[in-house]
Every structure is written in structure tokens, then in C-alpha cells.
Design a protein around this ligand. Structure first.
Ligand code: RIB
Ligand code: CA
Length: 315
């Protein structure tokens, strides 16, 4: 079976790292590159996390630096969410510092050249602020026609997690969110409506730890950090980013509807709001996205544990 070519753009963070683990061991896809962006923590940490992760796992995936600040949004290089992901983004887990170098290209160039190389078959997993994607679209007029699909974790039809009506990835660079959602590229929005339900359990951790591979042990360690975070009153073991990958590789895990989506990039109280007419009761425009509204949680958890557990075949 031909593997689907993917590029992952992320602000690695704990849940990004779990999504990358699943992507690297999925039999369905070929991870062509990983690009880093400022978000959960500063880009100097997100990029180093990505490089350390792929080297730790013995994978030869190119990793590139990316945007250190948004086009127009809420998070600067020194902010982010260290309380949610730890100061350097991996929950205090210290991977060996990679010996290899970063890809010499910055994110937008690597995204473009990978898209050209894949001749229109490249799919993007976008699980951080969309800055790199927006820059790539602005710098390369033909890029939109070269991307087969964008699977993004971001936004929400209802609610938010940084403002009552804004989710972090989109809020962190609202203008980038607008540029990408209006690009005409086929896309699937995996927002808080479903990701907040994608919660792993201690049983899942035990199952991963029982496999005993580096990937499964690292996933278990990341989830154990999330247990401590939850028990201290923080976020639960929420697989925001892995669920965006799940939308692509386990579509039966989600129920999606076509809708018009855009991002508010101005406004005192609405910066970063993802507007969606999901349900189409009040159609606001031609549908430009598939929006996930419901999730089969047991099916998703089983898919995620089984996918990372495929690392056993490589060790
Ligand atoms: O709002 C959740 C999103 O923000 C996730 O992608 C998480 O990693 C953070 O980037
Ligand atoms: Ca993320």
C-alpha cells in the first residue's frame, strides 16, 4: 500500500509529541518532514524538542526551524504555556540532545519544497499556531494547489480555552488562522468540541508501558506528566493533537460536517474566535472545511495505543 506523505507543523509540547509518536509509527503514512513553530513554548524549545525526538527514535526525518512569533496574535517568543507543558515543552522529560543538525531550510521553504516533491499528494498535520503555513502560502503563490489536505487541531464551534470564545492555536496567531482557513485548501478542523473529550486513562498508560519500546515508554512518561498536571488542577490527559492525526488515519473515530469556517483576527473580545456555521442553520458562506463535532472515545484511545505500540515491530 502506498504510504500517504505527511508534513507535521507543530509547537511541541506534550500532546504534539504524542501525535508525532503516532505519526512516526503509523503504517499508513510517511512523515516527510517536521516544522516547528512558536506556541506552547518558544520556538527554540519546540524545534529542539522535535529534533531530539526524531533522533531519539532513530528516525531520519528532516526537522526545520520556524516562526518565533505570530503574524498577529496573542503569543510571543517568551510566553506560551509552560504551566501546561513544562518550561521546555516536554513536561520536564529530558531527551538526549540531538547530534544531528536542523534542516538548513526554514519552515516555509521546507513546506513548499516538500509539497513540490510530493506532486500534490502532500497532507499537512497542523497542530500549533498556523504561522508557518500562512507564511508559506504568502511566499509561494502555487502552494495552495499543491496541498492535498490540511488536518488541523484548532478552534472550536463552541467555547475556548484561552478566551471564552477562542482556542489556543488559533488565538496564538489569528491572522495566520484566517489566511489558512481562507486558502481554498481542503481541510478538516479538529477543535475543542471533540478534543476535550479525547482523554487517555491510566489503563492506556499501563498498556503502553507494558510494550516496553522507547516510543511507548516515552508516551507513557508524557501521559504520566499529564496525570500529575491533572491531579494538580491542570488540564486532563487530553490528546488534542493526536486526535487531529486520528481524523486522518481513523476517520471512523469522528463525526464531521461540512461548514464555512473563518477566524476573527480583530476585535477586543473576539480575537482568535473560529466562526463556523456548522449545522448550516444560518449558512454564512460556501463550506470550506469539514468540522469534527463528535468522537468515539474508546475507538480513538484504542487506535492511538495500538498505533504507537507498532514501534515494537521496529525494536
Ligand atoms: O488548544 C490546544 C492546542 O494548543 C494543542 O495543539 C496544544 O498542543 C496547544 O498547542
Ligand atoms: Ca500543539
Amino acid at each position: 500500500m502506498n504510504k500517504r506523505p505527511f508534513l507535521i507543523d507543530c509547537d511541541t509540547g506534550t500532546d504534539d509529541a504524542i501525535a508525532i509518536l503516532a505519526a512516526l509509527y503509523s503504517p499508513q503514512i510517511d512523515v516527510k518532514a517536521i516544522t516547528s513553530v512558536n506556541g506552547n513554548v518558544a520556538e527554540r524549545y519546540t524545534s529542539q524538542n522535535n529534533l531530539n525526538l526524531v533522533e531519539y527514535l532513530g528516525k531520519s526525518v528532516p526537522v526545520a526551524h520556524g516562526a518565533v512569533r505570530p503574524l498577529l496574535g496573542g503569543v510571543l517568543d517568551t510566553e506560551g504555556a509552560p504551566d501546561t507543558h513544562g518550561k521546555t515543552g516536554l513536561g520536564g522529560i529530558q531527551l538526549p540532545t540531538a547530534q544531528r543538525s536542523f534542516d538548513p531550510r526554514v519552515a516555509d521553504q521546507l513546506i513548499y519544497e516538500t509539497a513540490v516533491e510530493c506532486k500534490g499528494e502532500l497532507e499537512l498535520l497542523v497542530v500549533g499556531p498556523m504561522t508557518n503555513i500562512a507564511i508559506a502560502l504568502c511566499n509561494h503563490g502555487d502552494l495552495a494547489g499543491l496541498i492535498k489536505h490540511i488536518w488541523f487541531m484548532g478552534g472550536a464551534c463552541q467555547g475556548g480555552n484561552v478566551l471564552p470564545t477562542a482556542e489556543f492555536n488559533i488565538w496564538a496567531d489569528a491572522l495566520a488562522g484566517h489566511i489558512v482557513t481562507q486558502s481554498g485548501i481542503p481541510m478538516t478542523m479538529v477543535g475543542l468540541d471533540v478534543t476535550l473529550k479525547a482523554v487517555m486513562t491510566e489503563e492506556d498508560i499501563a498498556q503502553l508501558r507494558g510494550v516496553g519500546t522507547k516510543a511507548c515508554t516515552l508516551a507513557a512518561d508524557l501521559l504520566d506528566f499529564m496525570v500529575r498536571r491533572r491531579d494538580a488542577g491542570g488540564e486532563d490527559l487530553v490528546m488534542h493533537d493526536a486526535l487531529a492525526l486520528g481524523a486522518a488515519l481513523c476517520p471512523e473515530c469522528l463525526t464531521c460536517v461540512d461548514a464555512f469556517v473563518d477566524v476573527e483576527y480583530s476585535g477586543t473580545y473576539t480575537m482568535g474566535h473560529t466562526f463556523s456555521d456548522a449545522g448550516r442553520r444560518y449558512p454564512a458562506g460556501k463550506p470550506n472545511a469539514s468540522v469534527a463535532l463528535d468522537i468515539d472515545v474508546p475507538m480513538f484511545r484504542k487506535w492511538l495505543v495500538e498505533t504507537i505500540s507498532r514501534s515494537k515491530a521496529e525494536e
